[in-house]
Design a binder for this molecule. Structure first.
Ligand code: F0G
Length: 486
């Protein structure tokens, strides 16, 4: 047998395509200005390769689309709900499920049920919507992730792990009675898509059981976390991701879920629980905020697509291709010495804006500026994950200064090809080569909560027009006289 390395390929072929639109440099200058240098405010039509998020952006399979036609749109007791509940039981192992319109709907209900004003909620790094709901319920988030997670150069294989000493110190400090649960996020988003290990989760379980604290898994990307466990954690290599996922869930009291990520659907989420009493309470709340407990804001067809998505998403070959594509992009950037968060995570490659643009001070929003520069260069849309996302401290009102100042290149599932990844890598490298021309930003409008979605900016100096003026590689298709369409 030949020892030559063999390539892997996606375990699917393409049945439907959606044309992409390329734009001119001049068009993009206008578009980013109109979007106030916030990529959330761009029109998606003006984007060439959209790496804003992996949320709700997946391509569904023919099996899922066929399921959409079997949507049972009854107000109560839709057959699709029961199918979804069966799939959650089979793969996640939780007996009770309450559907929600998306992940934050589940976070809202969980926080409302369990958090009393003055409580503390430890977590392995914050996530924006998760923390916002904890704070809205009167709680205070406490970060108990390992220190390495805040260091983009640390090669720790499980940067999503909880630092058990930090957790114990918090329990000593505030008392277990004031800690309703710990939020255990899989594939920690703000750390760069970093997994926790099963061994670590077992330790957390031990401490929490001792003190009567619940564990809620943020299972949004738990399948991707399971893949890393399979790859890296001793003794797990021969096991399937499905077995590992079941182990992860078995150690927890329930989960919040944004189905828009792992589960290959465009909308939907759920809250899953073990405790029947909590389930009954959740059923009361879901009716108030989302919809009846057998649809929770989702159409029957969307529940069916999610039920089917669960089965597809947990397959080892799917996860290998999905994470393989992210790794492919990351390695291309590393080969050109572009500073990125390492190890490369599961759903995205994170540019380390602090090292990419060391000349821009954090309060001048380097990561935000880099997302704008990347869009200007090539029409690739990325997302800021730094000081803008971190928001302000509710007590002092000051900016929170996170150690990580990142730009996320988030890869939608089953959407782009390897050639698209090549174009993205070339675009980032082009920005890196002209990085000294990129300047800082000033915030001109700031919403009070989750400001990153709608904040507006302007360049501190005229740097945006001093970036390379020539038309970029993605240019060339013009349709109308204004030159702004294909
Ligand atoms: N938890 C995590 C870890 C997430 O990444 C998200 C969403 C949520 C909860 C909330 O779920 O969007 O369905 O309400 N993350 C998206 C992102 C927005 O782009 O990372 P949702």
């Amino acid at each position: 047998m030949s020892k030559r390395r063999r390539s892997w390929a996606e375990p699917y072929k393409i049945k439907v395509v959606e044309p992409l639109r390329m734009t001119t440099r001049r068009y993009r200058e206008r578009a980013i200005e109109q979007a106030h240098y916030n990529t959330f405010l761009l029109r998606s039509e003006d984007v060439y390769i959209d790496l804003l998020t992996d949320s709700g952006t997946a391509a569904m399979s023919d099996y899922q689309w066929a399921g959409m036609m079997q949507g049972d749109e009854a107000y109560a007791g839709s057959k699709n709900f029961y199918h979804l509940a069966d799939m959650v039981r089979k793969y996640y192992g939780y007996p009770y499920i309450v559907p929600t319109h998306q992940g934050r709907g589940a976070e809202h209900i969980l926080a409302k049920m369990l958090i009393r004003p003055g409580d503390f909620i430890p977590g392995n790094m914050y996530f924006t919507t998760t923390r916002a709901h904890q704070e809205l319920a009167g709680g205070t988030f406490r970060d108990v992730i390992v220190d390495q997670a805040h260091d983009p150069t640390s090669l720790h294989p499980f940067k999503g792990n909880v630092d058990i000493h930090k957790l114990e110190r918090l329990i000593d400090e505030v008392g277990a009675d004031n800690i309703p649960y710990i939020n255990m996020q899989a594939s920690v988003n703000m750390a760069g898509g970093q997994p926790f290990s099963l061994a670590n989760l077992r330790q957390v379980r031990q401490v929490c059981t001792e003190h009567g604290i619940k564990i809620f898994l943020d299972a949004t990307r738990a399948m991707e976390n399971a893949w890393f466990i399979k790859m890296v954690e001793p003794g797990q290599q021969e096991r399937s991701c499905a077995q590992i996922l079941a182990d992860m869930c078995a150690l927890t009291d329930g989960c919040t879920m944004s189905g828009k990520k792992d589960l290959l659907v465009n909308v939907g989420g759920f809250l899953a629980l073990r405790d029947e009493r909590l389930y009954r309470k959740a059923c009361e709340l879901v009716v108030l905020y989302e919809g009846l407990h057998t649809y929770g804001g989702m159409a029957g067809r969307d529940m069916e697509a999610m039920a089917r998505g669960i089965e597809e998403a947990i397959q080892d070959d799917h996860l290998a291709a999905r994470i393989g594509q992210v790794q492919y992009l990351g390695h291309k950037l590393l080969a050109e010495k572009v500073p990125i968060v390492q190890p490369i995570g599961g759903h995205a490659v994170y540019l380390d804006a602090a090292r990419f643009l060391p000349h821009i001070r954090q309060h001048e929003f380097p990561a935000q500026a880099l997302t704008a520069a990347l869009y200007l260069e090539s029409g690739v849309r990325a997302m800021e994950r730094g000081i803008v996302s971190a928001g302000r401290d509710p007590v002092s009102g000051e900016h929170r200064y996170p150690k990580l100042e990142l730009v996320r290149l988030t890869i939608p599932r089953r959407v782009y090809t390897q050639a698209h990844m090549d174009v993205v890598a070339e675009s980032v490298i082009a920005c890196y080569e002209q990085r000294t021309n990129i300047g800082g930003l000033e915030m001109t409008y700031e919403p009070e909560t989750l400001r990153f979605f709608q904040a507006e900016f302007k360049p501190l100096a005229a740097w945006a027009t001093t970036l390379r003026q020539e038309e970029s590689r993605t240019v060339g298709y013009r349709r109308d006289a204004s030159g702004f369409k294909i």
